[in-house]
Ligand binder design. Structure first.
Ligand SMILES: C[S@@+](CC[C@H](N)C(=O)[O-])C[C@H]1O[C@@H](n2cnc3c(N)ncnc32)[C@H](O)[C@@H]1O
Length: 272
């Protein structure tokens, strides 16, 4: 199967949710180690949606997380913050039985406002807030640009809470469109960050990175899942998620960069 295999909206979303599930399961299990399992675990979903994907007919990221959390019998409490700027999505999510039972906070804010508040809450309740464990999920339908992702507060949060795992689903179409504008110095584009993937480690203060195969659900969109951690954990070969420094990870990065430079990319014979 090709790296850019056309999957159709449904299968692409399903794959995304399976990728989220695999990544979050690892984070929860790392936080179930004897040295940390008694402490709280914090999960923040910055683009949580309604909990259900109509097109793909599958559960969305909040339920994917809560299902994984239910499988891990850790004694420490799990605090879940689910944020979306859409009131309709949050209203629907908040009524879901699994969400109600979990005690998750459903927050109808712009995500720009959420991270400083969660960080403040952690600092107020933890003796060693820099040791707090958790996960931070970003699924903006775009790339790392200010309208959908609160970049400055995200960078700060990642620095202050190094034991949070970062799980992002990023749209490469937006990346490929935005970066040339930035370097041409065009208008507002020029001032935006548009970090290349090799700078993620430095920007988000994470040492170990995974990247998924590129998936193309149609309509010109191309997505990758990117996972950043400070603890090295396994990859998810069955889902096509590789360590960034591995041969396959490097091939994916090469392909992303070639496309940005409008160079032909070799066809790669591995699939999801
Ligand atoms: C791709 S959808 C999320 C899907 C969800 N993560 C899932 O897996 O089912 C992107 C979501 O981001 C939300 N969003 C976009 N910009 C936002 C912002 N600045 N603050 C909060 N939510 C935002 C949209 O309302 C939308 O629900």
């Amino acid at each position: 199967m090709n790296l850019d295999s056309g999957q159709g909206q449904g299968r692409g979303t399903e794959f995304k949710e399976r990728g989220f599930g695999a990544a979050l399961s690892v984070s929860l299990n790392l936080a179930n180690a004897p040295s940390v399992r008694r402490y709280p675990y914090y999960h923040v979903d910055l683009n949580c949606g309604s909990g259900w994907n109509d097109n793909a007919r599958c559960e969305g990221s909040p339920l994917v997380f809560l299902n994984e959390a239910a499988k891990v019998a850790r004694p420490g409490r799990i605090h879940t913050f689910l944020c979306d700027k859409s009131g309709t999505a949050i209203e629907k999510l908040a009524m879901h039985p699994t969400v109600l039972e979990s005690g998750a906070y459903c927050i109808n804010w712009d995500n720009n406002e959420v991270l400083p508040v969660v960080s403040q809450l952690i600092r107020a309740s933890e003796k060693n807030p820099e040791m707090a464990v958790g996960s931070l999920l970003l699924d903006p339908n775009g790339f790392l640009c200010e309208k959908t992702v609160p970049i400055p507060s995200l960078i700060k949060f990642c620095r202050v809470h190094p034991r949070f795992d970062l799980v992002m689903n990023l749209n490469l179409r937006v990346y490929w469109m935005g970066r040339p504008h930035k370097f041409a110095g065009l208008g507002a584009w020029a001032t935006k960050l548009w970090p290349s993937f090799d700078l993620f480690g430095e920007i988000f203060s994470r040492r170990h990175w995974l990247i998924s195969n590129i998936r193309n659900p149609g309509g010109g969109d191309h997505f990758v899942i990117v996972i950043g951690r400070n603890l090295r954990a396994g990859d998810h070969q069955a889902l096509g998620i590789h360590h960034m420094e591995s041969d396959k990870g490097q091939l994916i990065l090469d392909r992303i960069e070639r496309r940005e430079r409008n160079e032909p990319a070799p066809q790669l014979a591995f699939g999801f």
